[in-house]
Write a protein that binds this ligand. Structure first.
Ligand SMILES: Nc1ncnc2c1ncn2[C@@H]1O[C@H](COP(=O)(O)OP(=O)(O)OP(=O)(O)O)[C@@H](O)[C@H]1O
Length: 361
């Protein structure tokens, strides 16, 4: 079977503007809403959201099989990278990943082959991988579930000797293309990059960093898209396959572009909920912190750190005692004192199951 890169239309990617129109409008609208919400945050809150975003992205999408990234370690690395953006000496993999993610989002220089090689070195910092920091030197095929002796070849990428020319053409297109809506440009660049599959490993992750980089040319995405792609991996793979239809004189990428825009909107909606939660938390402490004992505030902050679901469950004397490291009677006394400030409301259940709801506005 001839592969798409063997077609005479390669690499003329196109899409049906009418089919994607509504989804493009939706994605643009919700991204705009989040950017607007961010404008309304204080500098500290914005920095916190940014930090969370990078950490989530790294955790959700930049781990390596079998080598888990430690969230706390990663946070330290991201904070350090945010403070010293030009640093080049790392001792840990999490430092290198944090630098990769920040560079992809914040470096406005046109992307070159050297940039991508550098990202590849950062991605695999401290690890032994084939063709580190350069294009792959052997062939690659993408297979579906390779079981002993049998597998379906989904796609064969272009041979290694074509990569320098193919990548030069893609990078040139990224530099030149100015008219296309950014979200569509990012989708096509990603699809094109994955079709070339220029590295021996890490093509998914570098391709996702490329998306962030393209958005950052105008305005960095105010949330993590990689995390959403990771959560929808099966549909993503199908969209990659479906988004390369040979259509006489062009490659019809409509199916992939459509999926990408919808994924973008879902990521933005999740980010909106997170930002709203953060704002509600800040308003909560603004209203009540001055009336709380430091231990009480500390327990409530720990609860918020566990996310919206945990906060919605409220807190019992038992969990308060565990979090604060105090006895049951002290926990009950503290909870009643907090309830007296109006920050908590005691549930009617009573007895051992008594729980206190947090009074968010
Ligand atoms: N049919 C396909 N054609 C082209 N590219 C594909 C296809 N299916 C998957 N891909 C891409 O290949 C990536 C996997 O390639 P590779 O293993 O080199 O990347 P990775 O970064 O190590 O993996 P991951 O994306 O799972 O983190 C997928 O993330 C996807 O972007």
């Amino acid at each position: 079977m001839p592969w798409i890169w063997q077609s005479p239309s390669w690499p003329e990617f196109g899409y049906d503007a009418q089919i994607i129109e509504a989804d493009l409008a939706r994605a643009t609208e919700v991204i705009g809403e989040i950017s607007g919400m961010r404008q309304g945050l204080g500098a500290e809150e914005r920095e916190e959201l940014h930090l969370r975003q990078i950490v989530q992205e790294a955790l959700g999408s930049f781990g390596i099989e079998g080598v888990l990234l430690d969230p706390a370690q990663l946070e330290v690395s991201v904070v350090a990278s945010l403070k010293h953006r030009d640093r080049h000496a790392f001792s840990r993999r999490s430092d290198a990943i944090a630098t990769l993610l920040l560079t992809a989002r914040e470096d406005h220089a046109p992307i070159t082959a050297e940039t991508l090689w550098e990202w590849h070195r950062l991605l695999f910092f401290g690890m032994e991988v084939e063709d580190l920091g350069r294009w792959r030197e052997s062939g690659i095929e993408i297979v579906r579930s390779a079981t002993a002796g049998r597998h379906d070849v989904l796609f064969v990428a272009p041979p290694a000797e074509r990569i320098p020319v193919e990548m030069a053409r893609l990078l040139d297109w990224i530099a030149q293309e100015q008219r296309m809506p950014l979200a569509i440009k990012a989708a096509i660049a990603h699809l094109w990059f994955e079709t070339i599959h220029p590295f021996a490993d890490g093509n998914g992750r570098i391709g996702r960093a490329l998306i962030e980089h393209i958005f950052a040319q105008a305005r960095a995405l105010p949330f993590s898209l990689s995390r959403q792609i990771e959560a929808e991996k099966r549909a993503y793979y199908e969209a990659l396959q479906a988004g390369r239809r040979d259509d006489d004189n062009r490659i019809d990428a409509t199916a992939f572009v459509l999926w990408f825009l919808q994924c973008l909107a879902r990521a933005a909606e999740a980010a909106r909920a997170e930002a709203q939660f953060l704002l509600a938390r800040n308003r909560f402490f603004l209203r009540f912190a001055h009336r709380l004992h430091p231990r009480q505030e500390n327990v409530l902050r720990k609860l918020f750190a566990q996310g919206p679901q945990r906060v919605a469950e409220g807190i019992s004397a038992r969990s308060y005692a565990r979090i604060a490291g105090v006895s049951g009677p002290t926990a009950t006394r503290d909870l009643n004192a907090i309830a007296a400030t109006g920050a908590l409301r005691r549930s009617d259940a009573g007895g051992r199951s008594t729980s206190y709801a947090l009074m968010l506005d």
